[in-house]
Ligand binder design. Structure first.
Ligand SMILES: [Zn+2]
Length: 284
């Protein structure tokens, strides 16, 4: 089966080690590659993954153009490397429409927003204007939804905020990472199926891998979704609205593929989630 990983992260070679180290310390989990594009390609080859999408995050407005320049360069190589990239945007960036037009014209198909790292609620007017413009330009918007392992207790994209935002803007293709809202799964199930939003499967099934620093003491602290609940969420959103993602380097691509293939889903559901939906979305 062809496999497209819709949720991965890489960093420029010079800063990859420092960036991965910093995130590892904050999340108390371990990485499964070195965070470079080459590291991701090796991991893809081992896992039988044909293509991956990199999701960059701007943690300040002044990083936006610089990060987008790197994303455009990476995305332009995708025909050879199999590594595609979204762009980024920050809620405090002034000329958001101009920058979004620039990256769309350069062939970028969507942007990543991270309301926790960016410190703004997802239904704030600063995000709504970005959603509005992205929708008009045909850019997909993928957001980190729910809680974040590196920021205990902080939520800036609860399922309720996502619903508020969707009701406040025109049509836009929205992808909610981590099965609709990391560790907000019951609320996501209540509020979001049938809204047209997509979800990705990253960092949500089974349990996290402890970073070895002694932070996590019990299996319960590491537990994520059971297979049963995971399949329930997929069927609630519909297998045509689910995208396979691993959160590499924070997930082990080969292990995630094996685990996904063993789920009690039909072959048609698996094909759609593993690549069909992703390729249809990116081609539009
Ligand atoms: Zn991620």
């Amino acid at each position: 089966m062809r496999i497209f990983d819709f949720h991965t992260h890489t960093f420029p070679d010079k800063i990859a080690a420092a960036a991965v180290g910093k995130l590892q310390a904050a999340s108390h989990t371990r990485p499964f590659s070195d965070g470079t594009v080459t590291g991701l390609q090796k991991s893809m080859a081992a896992a039988g993954i044909a293509a991956s999408l990199v999701l960059p995050v701007a943690t300040s407005a002044r990083q936006v153009e610089h990060v987008n320049d790197a994303s455009i360069r990476l995305n332009n190589q995708a025909g050879i490397t199999g590594v595609y990239s979204f762009g980024c945007m920050h809620p405090d960036y002034e000329n958001h429409a101009e920058e979004l037009r620039r990256i769309a014209a350069a062939g970028i198909r969507g942007i990543k927003l991270h309301p926790i790292y960016q410190g703004v609620n997802f239904d704030d007017p600063r995000y709504l204007r970005i959603l509005e413009t992205a929708g008009r330009l045909g850019l997909i918007v993928l957001i980190h939804a729910g809680l974040d392992v590196g920021f205990p207790g902080v939520v800036h994209a609860s399922p309720r905020m996502v619903l508020n935002a969707m009701k406040s803007v025109g049509p836009v293709t929205l992808v909610l990472a981590h099965m609709g809202g990391w560790r907000c799964w019951d609320e996501a199930l209540d509020l979001l199926p049938g809204t047209g939003a997509y979800i990705d499967t990253s960092f949500s099934l089974g349990s996290m891998t402890a970073g070895g620093d002694g932070y996590y003491k019990t299996p319960e602290e590491l537990a994520l979704l059971t297979e049963e609940k995971f399949v329930e969420i997929i069927r609630a959103f519909g297998s045509d609205h689910v995208l396979f993602g691993t959160d590499s380097p924070w997930g082990d691509q080969a292990a995630e593929v094996r685990r996904f293939l063993s789920l009690p889903l039909t072959d048609t559901e698996k094909q759609r989630i593993l690549a069909g939906n992703a390729e249809a979305l990116l081609q539009e």
